[in-house]
Design a protein around this ligand. Sequence first.
Ligand code: ADE
Ligand code: ZN
Length: 323
Amino acid sequence: MHPDLRSLPKAELHLHIEGTLEPELAFALAERGGIRLPFADIADLRRHYDFTDLQSFLDLYYSCMAVLRTEQDFTDLALAYFERADADGIRHVEMFCDPQVHESNGVTLDTVLDGLLAAFRIASERWGITGGLIVCIVRDEPVASAAALIEELAPRAGEVLGIGLDSAEVGYPPSLFTEVFARARELGLHRVAHAGEEAPPAYIWEALRLLDVERVDHGIRAVDEPELVRHLAERRVPLTVCPLSNVRLRAVADLSSHPIRALVDAGVVVTVNSDDPAYFGGYIADNYAALAAAGFTLDELADLAANSIDASFADEARKTELR
Ligand code: ADE
Ligand code: ZN
């Protein structure tokens, strides 16, 4: 990464903390917790990183999550990420987590929240990094499970930033979660959703109109509908785009044909993010570097970094400090 870009203050707004689980840490946590991973060793696990689509990645991602059991496991995972984030010039992080998956492993919501919130406190003291948690609804779990998660979260709503919607997209449209998101809004939570990663523009319209989201995660398929692109640009709805993720999950053929160029040129508020960096071959600096190699100028990349601050849920005082 160009040194000027590394020193630019950036926010990461699309980061699944479970997607930062490097194979070395996965095996260390498995040993600490007495858990058996279904892979012979680190090299064997890495050999499974050849994904064909979103689902092929999710299968591996969910199976590795079995090593995350204790508050300390979540704190250690997040601190390893924050250390890399600091090195890449990230000053603010809005971090996704998937409590429904952990609950199916017998891990409580409180364990997940307490472990990750402890890491945020340490990151603030150690690196001056701000931000917070976005609790994601796993959309291919039953809607009743999502509704139960929101009620479980309700007493702690003040400790997190918001809710999101992730996991297998096609066949699980945002409309399923209209009431869950209305309840989240009632609780004062910010709202974001993965939409248009693999699914068509209709999913993005639903996220905007039915879930009242403030940002769209991925959103790249908006490029298939000019009216939607105009709408996103006019309303200044930010997209959290994850270039290397899209290539690795074959949502796009390569970076040179990635919709990010068309979206930026159409005036959409685009941000650059890493999604699941341990699995996709790069953290945020690698995503910026890949865009530079695909023809983005330093000025354009600086604009994308500035967008990430503007599109964050940080308060105005913090945004001013970061700009
Ligand atoms: N969970 C983790 N990464 C994801 C992605 N790229 N899309 C949907 N759900 C996810
Ligand atoms: Zn994602």
